[in-house]
Design a protein. Sequence first.
Length: 231
Amino acid sequence: MEAQSGYGVLGKAFQLLRAVQAGAATPRELSERTGISRATTYRLVTALQGAGLLAPDGKGGWMLGTWLHELAAQATDPLLVTARPVMQELHEATGESIQLYRRAGDVRVCIAAVEQAAGLRDTVPMGNELTMSAGSAAQVLLAFTADPGTEAVSEQAFGPVLLRRVRQRGWAESVGQRALGVASVSAPVHCSNGRLLALCLSGPISRMTREPGRQYAQPVVRAARSLTDAL
């Protein structure tokens, strides 16, 4: 009978992760490479998938999950290494979810996130692509961009008056734009290489109210300026 102690289970989980990293994917391959029975392999892989450590590869097997890729990126990307403590501090001060976005054509991409232990609609995993036509982060990325090709998108999505106001006050807010029940406040982060990012704080309207900027604009702007100075 296979050991069922906590250490034994953890050791088997690491064996499976290393096997996937080495190229094993199907239940049969994983079982043969690790010596773990197929029943135990399936049970552990299901748990690892639920934790984001493994993901289906679309061919009946598994590959390393998004959470492992996120950890690797955050450990090696200088921008993310610098941003993480600032975002963590803002999260601890406000209790809300924090994201960092960059624009990629017609979408904005979440390149870093500090989430609550139990998030609902305000949770945005790292790597997610969201619309440029809704949300405070989209407003910031459009309002402060130097790309003349965004003018038509800007006017269609938010209108020049709103984006001019965002530029003047240095932050943006949204209520129920990206998702029902979610509010957010964002501010620009200007990197030394010319890249524009948007630091965003999001949470339920029930906590942030329909005027989230009143309470959260100042801490978000301070954090964004701290990141600008560091980057």
